[in-house]
Design a protein around this ligand. Structure first.
Ligand code: FES
Ligand code: FES
Length: 210
């Protein structure tokens, strides 16, 4: 009597069975997802609702004006300055801590605002390029940049000026080499560096306090 041999699936037929099951599950999932949910996900609705629920109160002073804001904990200082306070003088270059275009002062020290969360600055004093001049009177560093032609396209200039002021306050403008080293985090693709160095030297020699 012939023994009945159990039916063996070939490797190939097992693979195509698995593929069939996978495809069927995906199609089923799509079919049972309500269209409203798909549409909401596509429009970022869920993120918007989460953002609205996840804000926290923060207050700090920007250019001498007290600000009380409700912020998403993950919002960077750069985005809050530009998008919520309309202070667009601070530039977004790389958004990655590499170019210095977003430099501002926090409690008198330079900070890369793209790398700093706004909620970390509760109670602190922030100065942006808009807050450097006294009314119509430009800051000496702004005047020196103009005099020495320290900008070309000008995109990096606000960050360069904020760093230049901090460079002197920090006591790092004693020599050209010092200035170059402590300004090296501010990238200028136009190559205005020699003029920027001259501007800093002039302001330093003119007596801006360390
Ligand atoms: S934008 Fe912040 S370092 Fe480039
Ligand atoms: S002046 Fe153009 S990037 Fe600096």
């Amino acid at each position: 009597m012939n023994k009945k041999v159990p039916h063996q699936h070939s490797d190939e037929s097992q693979e195509s069975r698995r593929d069939f099951l996978k495809t069927t599950s995906v199609l089923t999932a799509i079919a049972v997802t309500p269209p409203a949910v798909v549409k909401a996900a596509q429009s970022g609705f869920v993120e918007k609702v989460n953002a609205a629920l996840e804000t926290m109160p923060v207050s700090f002073t920007v250019n001498g004006v007290k600000q009380q804001l409700k912020l998403e904990p993950r919002a960077t200082l750069l985005d809050v300055l530009r998008e919520q306070l309309d202070l667009t003088g601070t530039k977004k270059g790389c958004d990655y801590g590499q170019c210095g275009a977003c430099t501002v002062h926090v409690n008198g020290k330079r900070v890369l605002s793209c790398l700093s969360l706004a909620v970390m600055h509760e109670g602190q004093e922030i100065t942006t390029i808009e807050g450097l001049a006294k009314g119509e009177e430009l800051h000496p560093m702004q005047q020196a940049f103009i005099k020495h032609d320290g900008f070309q396209c000008g995109y990096c200039t606000p960050g360069q000026i904020m760093s230049a002021v901090a460079c002197i306050h920090e006591g790092h403008a004693g020599s050209e080499a010092d200035i170059r080293e402590f300004m090296s985090g501010n990238i200028c693709r136009c190559g205005a560096y020699p003029n920027i160095v001259k501007a800093i030297q002039e302001v330093k020699n003119g007596g801006l306090k360390s």
